[in-house]
Design a binder for this molecule. Structure first.
Ligand code: AMP
Length: 427
């Protein structure tokens, strides 16, 4: 679990606001669900024989309730969707969410025990048009974040029937090779054989190399759905690779499944930025109506590692720099006036040299420094030093306030109107 210190928060906020903007452009509304849910919800939604449920959940018993810190966001969203009868109110629902998730995994770079996901769900649209749009939206979002080497992998898992048929075929294929499988995969052959396809072990990979693929078991409708997805992605010009062995760790997926990778050199080739897919059966399995759904989650910490966006520090817009104790009172008044005009400012009350105050102004990302020395104190003036324009002028205090406010308001407008991919932004 990590602390996010103020010097890092600018990049977090930059990614979060780009995400909120992307979602709003696509008609999604934000939903916030609790961090804790009944354990049974995750067991039913995610599947008993998954890594997450078997060994990664932070679960506890409180009085006579079994509770779990949410390991992902889809189960809670589906629960809320059912509980609030949303289907009866709107034919399709687009929700996005962001926030911490908890999994007791082995920590390593890009893998934490408390991590943040940015996710979304669409309820009530069976696709494949919305599936393609979702993938294309994510590719655009990663482009806004300047993530290099984005790669989309897609697959179709078919319906529940396909899964059963394929599972049987896979077990039949692997049973004669049982002795060569890793201990984990031997166990999974009984509980969740599809997960063996995901195994990184060499012997396991060898054993599945010539195994049948899911695609051999898709029915006509599944094929039509998957063809539709590819056609739409082709029409959008969104590059993707069909990966027939892509399965992913959560049990609930049906038909469309996708992963998006990127920034291989920073994250390693195996590290996924976004994972998602369709889960047409989950809402009904949880006791709700039969509603098709699709969703995904992106790991925010991984996005931050992958993104090449830099955010310049910008704690305040202006620093007021009194030189000597006598100027502090006037400086505090100037700062108060500026704040009334929505200018963020700080007064350096430490009584240090101008040089050290200018260093502080730079560290805070201030654009303007208002300097008050003995001369200015006597003349009721102030020096306005513009660090961006490299200019300096001495003005009567009232006039200086007007000039600073005008200049900073104009500057903030030009920052706000910059496109989201502008490289160096102030937060
Ligand atoms: P999942 O919910 O397992 O499909 O994961 C979706 C995305 O969440 C992954 O692609 C990662 O980017 C991120 N993620 C999952 N688990 C972790 C973790 N333990 N630490 C950091 N990010 C994670």
């Amino acid at each position: 679990m990590n602390d996010v210190l103020p010097e890092e928060i600018g990049r977090w906020q930059r990614v979060e606001s780009a995400y909120a903007r992307t979602m709003s452009l696509h008609g999604y509304r934000e939903v916030r669900t609790p961090y804790v849910e009944p354990t049974g919800l995750f067991v039913r939604a995610i599947g008993e024989a998954t890594d997450v449920v078997e060994k990664e959940m932070y679960s506890f018993r409180h009085h006579d309730e079994d509770l779990t810190m949410r390991p992902e966001g889809t189960a809670g969203a589906a629960r809320a969707y059912i509980e609030h009868g949303v289907q009866a109110k709107e034919p399709t629902t687009r929700w996005w969410y962001g926030g911490p998730m908890f999994r007791a995994e082995r920590p390593q770079r890009g893998r934490y025990r408390q991590f943040s996901q940015l996710g979304a769900e669409i309820f009530g649209d069976a696709g494949p048009g919305c599936d393609a749009e979702m993938i294309d939206m994510l590719v655009g979002f990663l482009g806004d974040l300047r993530v290099p080497g984005v790669q989309v992998l897609v697959n179709s898992l078919g319906g529940p029937n396909t899964r059963t048929l394929y599972r049987d075929a896979l077990v039949k294929h692997l049973t004669p090779k049982l002795a060569s499988l890793s201990a984990e995969s031997q166990r999974r052959l009984q509980t969740n054989p599809l997960r063996i396809l995901d195994s990184k072990g060499e012997a396991d990979q060898e054993a599945v190399r010539d195994a049948p693929t899911l695609h051999d078991f898709l029915d006509a409708e599944d094929h039509a759905h998957f063809d539709g997805l590819r056609r739409h992605l082709d029409a959008l010009g969104t590059p993707y690779t069909v990966e027939p062995r892509l399965v992913r760790g959560l049990d609930y997926y049906t038909r469309t499944l996708f992963e998006i990778k990127g920034a291989h050199d920073k994250l390693g080739a195996g590290s996924t930025l976004v994972g998602g897919g369709r889960y047409d059966g989950m809402v009904a399995d949880l006791g709700g109506p039969q509603v098709p759904a699709i969703g995904y989650a992106a790991g925010l910490e991984r996005l931050l590692i992958a993104s090449e966006i830099e955010v310049a520090p910008n704690v305040v817009d202006a620093l007021v720099a009194p030189l000597g104790a006598a100027a502090v009172g006037i400086a505090l008044g100037i700062a108060r006036s500026l704040r009334r005009s929505s200018i963020r400012c700080e007064v350096d009350t430490r009584g240090t040299s101008l040089k050290s105050q200018l260093r502080r102004a730079n560290a805070l990302g201030a654009r303007v420094v208002l300097i008050l020395g003995d001369q200015e104190l006597g003349d009721k003036t102030v020096q306005v030093k513009d660090l961006d324009a490299h200019s300096q002028e001495t003005l009567p205090i009232e006039q200086a306030l007007r000039v600073v406010v005008d200049r900073l308001v104009a500057a903030s407008r030009s920052v706000d109107s910059r496109p989201p991919h502008a490289s160096k932004e102030r937060t």
